[in-house]
Design a protein around this ligand. Structure first.
Ligand code: SF4
Ligand code: SF4
Length: 445
């Protein structure tokens, strides 16, 4: 069974004609200039692995295949339609069955597999975040970068407050002219009202990192959907989506989590809304992963929050005067092929000076647990993203992106570079705009 699945995955590489058009789109190739770190080079290695010409224990093969971000930035530029991501999954699954995971990967994925482990760990992280220490300790070293990631998971309003309180005092540039963060109002605390009767029903997919560190984005998602005529309902029994496991080759682990989610989500609503691009990409692929009609039916109902909101316009809010640069998550643009909906969502906020960040089509280096397993390459890839922010004129007040890993990675990079620029999920801005417009006034459940 596994052999058949891997063969099917590898067949997605068949159209490759080795033209090399994908090389300039590959962030790791741009860092090293090594053909083995390019899509074309990795495809040659994957085919050698498939044919048994290279061993899954070969150190050179492992170095190059494990060094792939899995960002799929090579797919849209390929004129032959190579399914690189599918081939990579097949190769990683074969390697996983031959040699298992590294001890660090096993530890990290083990945490995400069991809610009884990750929930208390993330509760500790939230407590630490609430002290404000991560914002103060954010910096370039490994600890400082980790603190920057945690600080960047806060609400955009809290990030602005921390900056005002001196969290980036040593930058010498906090509060510089042009930054309008100081004018952001405090956090919203509006309870959810059930929504109009007869409206399309939506289940919020909660996930693990999103639920633990970005619950403010979940609340914003629920409020903005309701303003746009959806009825949001809760579904119990949800688990981590399994994307981290699948990307590492632990397909059985991913399937166990996917099966729990299908049981929790099936047949309960018109749509399942996801506000994390990485989770959404795998949820939309549950039919293939589980090969069941129930999974396929769940997958067909999955939408990114921007897709549901863009379908309704969305309703315009009140003006917010900020300079905002949008950075598209790889798993939204390359895996889900969602391009315009996040921009349509942001265009419903009058007053925003909105642009797409140059190099938005390239990965930030977060890539699931990649930044934990291969921090040097992850930081090297991030550096070019931060350089394009630093070079942008006028300099943006805020970078928006619809994925938690990207927000934390880019946010930590901005802090390490001492750039007084916040990060936020796009739906946070729409939510703030709706609050300013008074759409939540008098809403009390
Ligand atoms: S993956 Fe596509 S773009 Fe890259 S070498 Fe193969 S055919 Fe050319
Ligand atoms: S998935 Fe990303 S890192 Fe991997 S080969 Fe393609 S572009 Fe390069």
């Amino acid at each position: 069974m596994r052999r058949v699945e891997a063969a099917n995955g590898y067949s997605a590489l068949d159209p490759c004609v080795h033209c090399g058009f994908c090389l300039p789109a590959c962030p790791t190739y741009l860092v090293t200039g090594d053909e083995g770190d390019s899509p074309r080079g990795r495809i040659v290695l994957m085919r050698a692995l498939e044919r048994g010409e290279m061993s899954p224990h070969d150190p050179g093969l492992l170095e190059h295949l494990e060094g792939c971000l899995g960002c799929r930035g090579c797919e849209p530029v390929c004129p032959s339609g190579v399914g690189y991501g599918r081939g990579l999954e097949a190769a990683r699954e074969q390697i996983y069955h031959a040699r298992g995971l590294s001890s660090l990967a096993r530890l990290v994925l083990g945490v995400f597999r069991y809610g009884k482990i990750w929930r208390p760990l993330f509760a500790l992280a939230r407590t630490l975040r609430s002290t404000g220490l991560p914002s103060l300790l954010a910096g370039k070293g490994r600890l400082g970068f980790g603190m920057g990631m945690l600080a960047s998971s806060s609400e955009m309003t809290e990030q602005a407050e921390k900056r005002k309180d001196g969290g980036q005092r040593d930058s010498g540039s906090a509060g510089q002219p042009g930054s309008t963060h100081e004018s952001l109002p405090g956090a919203l605390a509006v309870p959810l009202s059930p929504g109009p009767a007869g409206a399309p029903t939506v289940i919020l997919f909660r996930g693990c990192v999103m639920n633990a560190l970005f619950s403010h984005v979940h609340e914003a998602t629920k409020r903005t959907l309701r303003v746009n005529g959806y009825r949001v309902i809760e579904a119990k029994g949800q688990a981590c989506c399994g994307a981290l496991h699948e990307h590492a080759g632990d397909v059985d682990g991913a399937r166990a989590l996917a099966a729990a989610n299908v049981a929790a989500l099936q047949g309960k609503a018109d749509f399942i809304v996801v506000n994390s691009a990485g989770c959404g990409a795998l949820l939309k692929d549950y039919g293939r992963l589980l090969e069941s009609s129930a999974a396929a039916m769940v997958a067909a109902r999955v939408r990114d929050v921007s897709e549901l909101l863009a379908e309704r316009g969305p309703r315009p809010g009140a003006p917010i005067r900020l300079d905002v640069a949008y950075d598209a998550p790889c798993h939204l643009q390359h895996a889900q092929r969602v391009h315009q909906a996040p921009l349509a969502m942001l265009e419903a906020v009058p007053g925003l000076r909105l642009r797409v960040l140059p190099g938005s089509d390239r990965c930030c280096g977060s890539a699931g647990i990649y930044s934990v397993l291969r921090p040097a390459m992850a930081r090297a890839v991030l550096d070019s993203k931060i350089a394009s922010v630093a070079e942008a004129r006028p300099r943006p007040d805020l970078i928006v992106s619809g994925n938690p890993g990207c927000l934390m990675q880019i946010g930590a990079g901005l802090r390490a570079a001492r750039l007084p620029i916040g990060v936020a999920h796009p739906v946070e801005l729409l939510d703030l705009s709706y609050d300013e417009a008074g759409y939540y006034d008098g809403v009390n459940g």
